[in-house]
Design a protein around this ligand. Structure first.
Ligand code: NOJ
Ligand code: CA
Length: 704
């Protein structure tokens, strides 16, 4: 900041600092300045705020002196005039530095460092009511977050936000990976890779690689009681915030004081760099639920894939999936193979007919007669397994909210401690009851749905139930505040490999790593070892790749999505699915390029074992993975599941080799990936051999 300050300001700063030296406050209070820069702890990123001649606030971002974001607008158009976008002056700038480390109850890593410089810029109208608007910037080494605070207003506390004017003017030409926003299929699109200057309107996370190789991901953190952020390209490389619409006119209606979600820019030299950033979690509030030891990461199987294959139905009838007998079969399978959860879809009344038309018939406490929920819950318990609940709403949250309490009570009573929710409806087709008592159509990522999801998560938390939402609102790191919000969909998942046209091409899963996955866990539901979708169609993958997805696409709950009878056919690969953990103490992205390939290593939270997953797009590749993350002096045994000879997403997907060999931190592995293939490795820390059981030589090569 000092670079831009005049002598008077510096003098005031000194006085303020002297005054603060005598207090216990950590905050350094600056005097009024009209132009201010805050720097990241390492000094590389610099955010500057200024007010133009017309009194319009703007910000820019430099990295190492080079422009990343050119001057970009800040402000709002409000339903109430004047609009809160010009006639401002800077009233006050405050800065503080924070460096703390916090612990996640579950996650990609156990400890997270939160290290940033915060700058609060208070803007005041020069005339009229002299209202204030505060913009808070947090500048990290790996990016920037900023949000607006609407303080107590002099007169009217009701605020209607018609438009948020925030811009992101990307300084350099760039390539973008994006999915369209405001389209009927919510977030379930294949990614486009285009020059930034060809983007129309996109969802976030929105990932960019600039001409000089810089990686930028734009997203948001802590989306609470506000509309989701879309990005609309205005001109050239200038993107503007476009808030998800609302049926009530203004896109956001709030009472001041309140804060908006954080607008985030993760900025790094490489794709692995943006993935490794914890900025979004750091910008969320700490855990509000207290002791969350009841939130259990787990793997699950389910009465699910058969419905997507079309061999079973959600609705009642001769091929009903959720029967007592079929569910017992899954419980037995889960118990025999160490899976904690058994998801059952289609157990409750309401699925018959065109269930996704309006959701009005769903009964969340009434089981179909051929599904004995009470005895099944007891049977599961006896076997050490837990049923996973399912609430498909077809987007009718009016019907769901009415039944929410009793629906969750029923699960709590039966010991069902996780629920998958679902909102299958076209975008803009969520049916909510408004304050006027009428049904209103809302967006999946509008303010009403942002509120709805948190209401479900909070009600579930009261009953110690975890939530996994499908057709959700996007993740913005709220798992930090509500650790029972364990996962969600919010992208094209495995189900598209059953019936999708097209199916998910190999590139899609690689795209997910550096786009969708930046926002948080995804319930992708991997592990379809049969590589077979509806009607015997071929899934464009290899067996080894299905295994790698458990490591590459993070979620604290992971499904083994295939049918039990299919797992019986592929026992060697299935072993990895049984072994792989879902909760990690550390995560390293060893290599990766957006849309091309990614290799991720993660350390088991409950042992010294590491797991590694690598996937590629349609191109075969040889990647190298240094194991330098392993402990010095420790011996490890690696079980490698790799694409076999002739493997490929169009060729023989079942060609897989399994090899076990000793490794240490001094090894660098050569990962050969077939077209659309992958590799999965379990690296177990070897127990030192006792005198009695002398170390037997490990079998060096075991090919399936
Ligand atoms: C869509 C979900 O993504 C899928 O997993 C679920 O089976 C169906 N809706 C039915 O709820
Ligand atoms: Ca879906």
């Amino acid at each position: 900041m000092s670079r831009l300050m005049n002598g008077t300001a510096k003098c005031c700063l000194l006085l303020a600092a002297l005054w603060l030296a005598g207090t216990a406050q950590a905050q350094v209070v600056y005097s009024v300045a009209s132009d201010a820069t805050a720097r990241s702890p390492d000094g590389r990123l610099a955010v500057t705020v200024r007010v133009t001649g017309e009194g319009r606030p703007e910000y820019s971002i430099l990295r190492g002196g080079r422009a990343v974001i050119d001057w970009s607008r800040l402000g709002f158009i409000l339903a109430e005039a004047p609009k809160l976008e010009r006639n401002f002056e800077v009233a006050r700038i405050e800065e503080k530095k924070v460096d703390e480390t916090w612990e996640q109850p579950w996650g990609e890593r156990r400890f997270v460092r939160n290290h940033y410089t915060e700058q609060r810029v208070s803007l005041r109208e020069k005339a009229g009511e002299r209202r204030t608007l505060v913009v808070v910037f947090r500048v990290f080494d790996d990016g920037v977050g900023f949000r607006y605070e609407f303080p107590e207003q002099p007169r009217e506390s009701q605020i209607g936000i018609v438009e948020e004017l925030t811009e992101f003017a990307i300084a350099e030409p760039a390539t973008a990976w994006w999915i369209p926003a405001g389209e009927w299929n919510r977030y379930e699109y294949l990614y486009s890779k285009t020059p930034l200057a060809e983007v129309s309107q996109a969802h976030t996370p929105f990932t960019l690689k600039t001409a000089s190789g810089l990686h930028i991901a734009i997203h948001e953190a802590a989306l609470v009681d506000y509309a989701g952020l879309w990005l609309r390209r205005v001109t050239g490389q200038r993107l503007k915030a476009e808030l998800s619409p609302s049926s009530s006119g203004p896109k956001v209606s709030r009472k001041a004081p309140f804060s908006t979600p954080w607008r985030t820019l993760q900025i790094a030299d490489s794709a692995p760099g943006i993935y490794m950033s914890d900025l979004i979690l750091n910008l969320n509030e700490p855990n509000k639920l207290g002791d969350v030891s009841w939130v259990k990461p787990f793997k699950y199987v389910g009465v699910w894939w058969a419905m997507h294959l079309g061999t079973r139905t959600w609705g009642s009838g001769p091929t009903h999936g959720a029967t007592t007998a079929e569910t017992r079969r899954y419980i037995d399978f889960a118990a025999a193979n160490g899976f904690r959860g058994v998801l059952v879809e289609g157990w409750n009344k309401g699925w018959d007919g065109d269930w996704f038309a309006d959701g009005k018939d769903f009964r969340f406490t009434e089981a179909y007669p051929d599904f004995d929920i009470v005895s099944l819950a007891a049977y599961a318990k006896k076997k050490g397994v837990h049923l996973v609940g399912h609430h498909e709403t077809a987007g009718n949250i009016a019907v769901y909210e009415k039944q929410l309490g009793p629906a969750l009570d029923l699960y709590a009573k039966l010991g069902i401690d996780a629920v998958k929710t679902g909102y299958v409806a076209d975008a803009g087709g969520v049916q909510a009851r408004g304050e006027d008592g009428r049904i209103h159509f809302e967006w999946h990522d509008g303010q009403v749905q942002a509120r709805h999801h948190l209401r479900v998560v909070e009600e579930a938390a009261k009953r110690h139930i975890a939530v996994n939402a499908h057709e959700p609102i996007k993740d913005t790191g709220l798992r930090r505040t509500y650790p029972n919000w364990v996962s969600r969909e919010g992208a094209r998942g495995m189900e598209y490999n059953a019936w999708g046209d097209p199916k998910n091409p190999p590139e899609h899963e690689v795209n997910l790593v550096f786009t969708r996955m930046l926002s948080g866990p995804m319930d992708y539901t991997p592990g379809v070892l049969s590589l077979t979708g509806a009607g015997g169609s071929r899934i464009p993958s290899t067996e080894a790749r299905q295994l790698a997805l458990y490591v590459v696409l993070y979620s604290p709950i992971q499904m083994a999505a295939d049918l039990p009878e299919n797992y019986a056919k592929y026992p060697k690969a299935f072993q990895f699915i049984k072994d792989v953990p879902v909760d990690w103490s550390d995560t390293r992205v060893l290599n990766g390029e957006v849309g091309d390939y990614a290799t991720i290593a993660r350390k088991d939270r409950r042992s010294d074992d590491w797991y590694l997953g690598a996937i590629t797009d349609e191109t075969p590749r040889v990647l190298s993975a240094s194991l330098s993350f392993l402990d010095e002096g420790k011996k490890y045994s690696a079980t490698i599941y790799r694409d076999g000879k002739g493997a490929g997403f169009e060729a023989n997907g079942h060609a897989i080799e399994v090899e076990t060999r000793p490794v240490s931190r001094h090894d660098t592995l050569r990962l050969e990936l077939a077209p659309g293939g992958g590799q999965a490795i379990r690296i177990s820390a070897r127990k030192p051999a006792t005198k009695k059981q002398k170390a037997k030589p490990q079998p060096e090569f075991d090919v399936e």
